[in-house]
Design a protein around this ligand. Structure first.
Ligand SMILES: NC(=O)c1ccc[n+]([C@@H]2O[C@H](COP(=O)([O-])OP(=O)(O)OC[C@H]3O[C@@H](n4cnc5c(N)ncnc54)[C@H](O)[C@@H]3O)[C@@H](O)[C@H]2O)c1
Length: 282
């Protein structure tokens, strides 16, 4: 099957980046969020980002207009009915993702492939919420999606070889490097990276080092562009907590146990950049 028309569900931090990636690659994109007015505002962020590139002479103004012209804000799930591929990027909550996939299964044409941008939840659980388990897989973009090169595909035991081959080939048309991971908690990237991020929170919590000492050390010693606490702020503390909880539930390994400090900060609404306050203030 040829993938031409794309749908994105959820237009938050990751969803906006994914919409931009899809449209920049020349695809028509329909994006559906919780309410069209809010989604329109998120799409305006894409235009702002692109305008910045035009101002710096890195993008032609006509190209920016063409990218924006391929993006349409839909009113509801029905507007995704005839998409060849729909990628969900709604919050990291398995029950919510299962519910939307079940609804999409009813609405979309039988050939539509479903992707989940989950950072590490069970894609198999999402697949069984539909009657098209062979066409459901993880499509994990990394933050920020327009910049990060990796597209981590996740194959469940139900995903067909044909779906994987189609999506692998399509992924390269986005200009991404594609890897295929099995459906184990956290796949490759989140499974490896999460203990490092949680370790930094634990180190801060235990008073072993200050926020700045931790972040500066990792930037200077390992050449990371951001320190781990900056990264958690960037990801969103609520998202990081959900990731840790699901990995801990699956593996029961201590390294994935969410630190109390992370939990308390989420309860206090300090979610990082998205709320203006996390380990840092914005
Ligand atoms: N934040 C990261 O760094 C990162 C990186 C890779 C993957 N992810 C994954 O991407 C997904 C989205 O994360 P995010 O950081 O963009 O979260 P976010 O909270 O910024 O965005 C989620 C968006 O989904 C919308 N939404 C909620 N319910 C919806 C529904 N039923 N229909 C349509 N829209 C709905 C919300 O209004 C919000 O705009 C999660 O699964 C997360 O684990 C996040």
């Amino acid at each position: 099957m040829e993938i031409r028309k794309l749908g994105v569900l959820g237009c938050g931090l990751m969803g906006t980046g994914i919409v931009q990636v899809f449209s920049q690659a020349g695809y028509e994109v329909v994006v559906v969020g919780t309410a069209p007015e809010r989604t329109q505002k998120s799409v305006a962020q894409i235009e702002k980002r692109l305008r910045g590139r035009v101002d710096k002479g890195k993008l032609a103004a006509e190209e920016k207009d063409a990218i924006m012209g391929r993006i349409r804000v839909g009113a509801g799930l029905e507007d995704l009915a005839d998409c060849d591929l729909v990628e969900e990027s709604i919050p990291e909550d398995l029950e919510l993702k299962k519910r939307v996939f079940s609804e999409l299964d009813r609405i979309c044409k039988p050939e539509t492939i479903f992707g989940s941008n989950t950072s590490g939840l069970s894609v198999t659980d999402m697949a069984v919420a539909t009657k098209r388990g062979d066409k459901v897989m993880g499509m994990h973009f990394h933050n920020p999606a327009p910049v990060m090169q990796l597209l981590e595909l996740v194959k469940t035991i139900m995903t067909s070889g044909e779906t994987i081959d189609t999506v692998k080939a399509w992924g390269t048309t986005l200009g991404k490097t594609v890897v295929v991971a099995p459906d184990v908690g956290g796949f490759i990237v989140t499974r490896l990276f999460t203990p490092f991020l949680l370790g930094a929170v634990r180190m801060l919590e235990a008073g072993i080092a200050t926020r700045d000492e931790i972040d500066i050390s990792m930037k200077m010693a390992v050449n990371h562009p951001m320190g781990p606490l900056e990264v958690v702020d960037f990801i969103g503390l609520d998202t990081e907590l959900s990731i840790a909880e699901s990995l801990y539930e699956e593996t029961k390994e201590e390294k994935y146990a969410p630190p109390l400090l992370l939990r308390k900060m989420v309860t206090a609404g300090r979610l990082g950049r998205k709320t203006g306050k996390g380990f840092y203030e914005y």
